[in-house]
Design a protein around this ligand. Structure first.
Ligand code: NI
Ligand code: MN
Length: 227
């Protein structure tokens, strides 16, 4: 089964199989780098890694319009329910669940998770997704941590990693992450959206391909990788 992963800019990634259209961190409104608007996506599932505005994004509006199932940590799910989102599934760090379309596990991420209105958003997460026989790791917003090696031990086909620095791993630590995770393909995200996270992503990709046995790809917003 083909698994198609499309990046829409910042941390917004869509994973598509025959069975599911899953959208991670749907931040469109206020995101100048997004290749779509919130009205142009039709996910079955939305995953929110943490509470920050550039990740929760348009979750409430898209979930209400499409009826998509929203998966996030317990605290963010409670908050989304207060905003009127009804179709939800809370999980938490280290916990996986077997949905009819695949398995989704929330992993640790070292970051914050406060919600846009100041509400408590629990702990931030990464997402380890197994769909269509492929494993995709979206690290969310995080600093480098050595347990990425354990995530890599599960066999990662595609790693989607922040490289922007300032709020998350920067280029050098993101390279060390590639070394720990050992993915077949790596795609950099969470750069250039804001002034303080400007990076030369092409240079990062070129250096990753030179240093590691990895297919490092720079995507433009709207580009798709097929696994
Ligand atoms: Ni964040
Ligand atoms: Mn962020």
């Amino acid at each position: 089964m083909a698994v198609k992963v499309t990046w829409f800019g910042h941390s917004v990634a869509q994973v598509e199989t025959d069975q599911v259209n899953l959208l991670i961190d749907p931040f469109f409104t206020g995101n100048d780098k997004a290749s779509l608007t919130k009205d142009e996506v039709n996910p079955d599932v939305i995953v929110v890694t943490h509470g920050h505005g550039d990740h929760v994004g348009d979750t409430v509006e898209i979930a209400k319009r499409t009826g998509a199932l929203v998966i996030s940590n317990f605290e963010i799910i409670n908050w989304l329910q207060e905003q009127g989102v009804e179709n939800v599934h809370p999980q938490h760090i280290g916990g996986g669940f077997n949905y009819e379309w695949g398995r989704l596990k929330l992993t640790i991420a070292h970051h914050g998770s406060g919600l846009p209105d100041g509400s408590y958003g629990g702990n931030p997460a990464g997402v380890l997704l197994t769909v269509g026989g492929k494993t995709v790791y979206h690290a969310g917003d995080t600093g480098l941590f050595y347990d990425m090696k354990l995530i890599g031990d599960e066999g990662v086909d595609l790693a989607i990693l922040p490289i922007g620095d300032n709020f998350t791993m920067g280029p050098d630590d993101a390279h060390r992450a590639v070394e720990l995770i050992r993915p077949k393909i790596v795609v950099p995200i969470h750069f250039d959206t804001f002034d303080v996270i400007q990076q030369d992503a092409q240079a990062w990709v070129d250096r990753a391909a030179k240093r590691f046995d990895v297919d490092a790809r720079l995507m433009a917003p709207g580009d798709t990788v097929e696994l």
